[in-house]
Every structure is written in C-alpha cells, then in structure tokens.
Design a protein around this ligand. Structure first.
Ligand code: MLT
Length: 263
C-alpha cells in the first residue's frame, strides 16, 4: 500500500497485528526483501516493511543522510499513529536503525540489527561509494547488481539456492539510479555509532549469517559485547541476506525475541 507523509509517498507492506515491528531493508534492496518475514505466521506481531527513500515505491527525499532518513521514518510512524515500535534493519537498514535510536530513543521498544555493523566507512570505503556513484550514473543499477551479487549472499546460497540469488539480483536491478546514488551518500556520511552502543537501553536482537562477507559475524559479536541487553544469533549456512537465505530460521528468531522480550 501507499502512505503519504510530509516527505512524500511511502510504499509499505504490512502483515499481522499486535506489537509493531518495523523492518528496514538493505542496499540496494526494497521492501520485498522482507517477504518471508511477512508470510511467516507470527502471533501478536504487526510487521511493517517500508521502502526506504528513493527505493521501491517511496519518493526520494532532500539531503539524504541517516539523520534525515530517521526524520522521514518518524513522520511515517506519526502518520500511521504508531507510538513505540520495535525497529529492525538489515545492513544499511541497520545503519538507519542505529541512527534512529540515537535521535528518537523514546519511540523504540526494541532493536533488531541484522547483518550490519556500528562503525562508519573507512577512507577506502568512502572512495568505493564515490566510484559506485559513478558506476550507477554511467551504467545503471544493473552494473551495481553485477558488482554486488556475489558478496550479497553466502557460499551455500550461491551453490544451492539459485532462486534466492535470482530474487536478490532482480531486486537490485530494479533500484532507481537516484535511490542508489542517495543511499551511497547516506552510507558514506554516516557517523560511527559504536560509542552509543553501551547506552542502548532496550532489548536488542543481533543476527548475522555465518557466511556474511560484507558485514562478517565479528562485527555482530563486537556489537553484542557493547550493547547491554543484547542477544546474538549466528545463522548457519547463510550470508549477508540472512533473512532471505535462511528465512524460517530468521523469522523464528525474530518472533521468539519479540515474544520473550517485548510482549
Ligand atoms: C547493504 O547490504 O545494505 C550494504 O551492503 C551495506 C554497505 O554497503 O555498507
């Protein structure tokens, strides 16, 4: 469905009812990343999966940053009359989740950090973001998908789950060049969230595929050490897109976390 906020149109899919859990996709995905978590029956949990600005059916916004995207998200929550939510994100979605926590902790009941990390981009990482902006301007999102698809999934998925690889590849090809460009700015300029981790006061579930090469499990282990009320789950035989590669395991962990720590 489409929701209108002060920032423009937002494409969003929802399922179930009960405790609201908002899930933010990674780069360069869209809300369909979370289809398995919408399809999985979860009693007492209202799942909401928006397209981030410039992706899927959502309008791009001015001056994109993790901060402005957090403001965009709070406007969406206000429009949908959601006071406090469990907020989760995969990879880039996790960067926004951590920024949202810093900016609007009063709107958060719990956090889910999937295949993500708290640090900022290195100098080398920032340079690669600029190169990717040139790539998408010259050759479109297909070229970005070609560059990213190998690292986006784990070894087991590359060898045994061609349908998952095809789904992700098609999703990345659909991304608008403007959305890709803006998201690269958002990620390149994001601050280091690591100093804030010890100040997180809500229950936090950290999930990472054991074959994730983009944000390897050690990044998750480090966050788990720093976040006081956190629980770490390493998902076997899954890579960076752990929610798609091991959908039932991921959904079960999400449901168990919300039912045990939030309900
Ligand atoms: C993502 O999956 O969101 C990206 O790989 C994150 C990143 O490039 O830092």
């Amino acid at each position: 469905m489409m929701v209108k906020t002060a920032y423009g149109s937002v494409g969003i899919e929802t399922a179930g009812d009960g405790i609201p859990v908002v899930l933010l996709h990674g780069f360069p995905h869209n809300r369909t990343l979370w289809s398995p978590q919408l399809d999985f029956p979860m009693s007492g949990i209202y799942r909401l999966t928006p397209d981030l600005p410039g992706f899927g059916e959502s309008s791009a916004i001015e001056e994109p940053s993790v901060e402005s995207w957090s403001d965009w998200l709070v406007a969406l929550l206000d429009t949908m009359e959601l006071d406090k939510v469990v907020l989760g994100g995969l990879s880039m979605g996790g960067y926004v989740t951590l920024a949202f926590w810093r900016r609007y902790p009063e709107r958060v009941r719990g956090l889910i950090l999937a295949d993500t990390k708290s640090g900022a981009d290195s100098a080398e990482g920032k340079k690669k973001r600029l190169e990717m902006q040139e790539l998408v301007a010259a050759n479109g999102s297909g070229a970005v998908a070609d560059q990213m698809i190998t690292g986006m999934v784990g070894k087991t998925t590359r060898e045994q789950r061609p349908a998952v690889v095809a789904t992700l590849d098609a999703m990345m090809r659909k991304a608008s060049p403007k959305g890709v460009h803006d998201a690269l700015d958002v990620m390149r300029n994001r601050p280091d969230s690591t100093p804030f981790l010890p100040r997180i006061t809500v229950p936090t579930l950290i999930i990472c595929g054991d074959e994730d090469v983009l944000t390897p499990p050690d990044e998750s282990r480090a966050m788990a050490r720093d976040i006081p009320d956190s629980h770490l789950e390493i998902v076997p035989k899954a890579g960076h897109a752990s929610n798609l590669e091991a959908p039932d395991t991921f959904s079960g962990l999400l449901m168990a976390f919300v039912q045990a720590k939030i309900l």
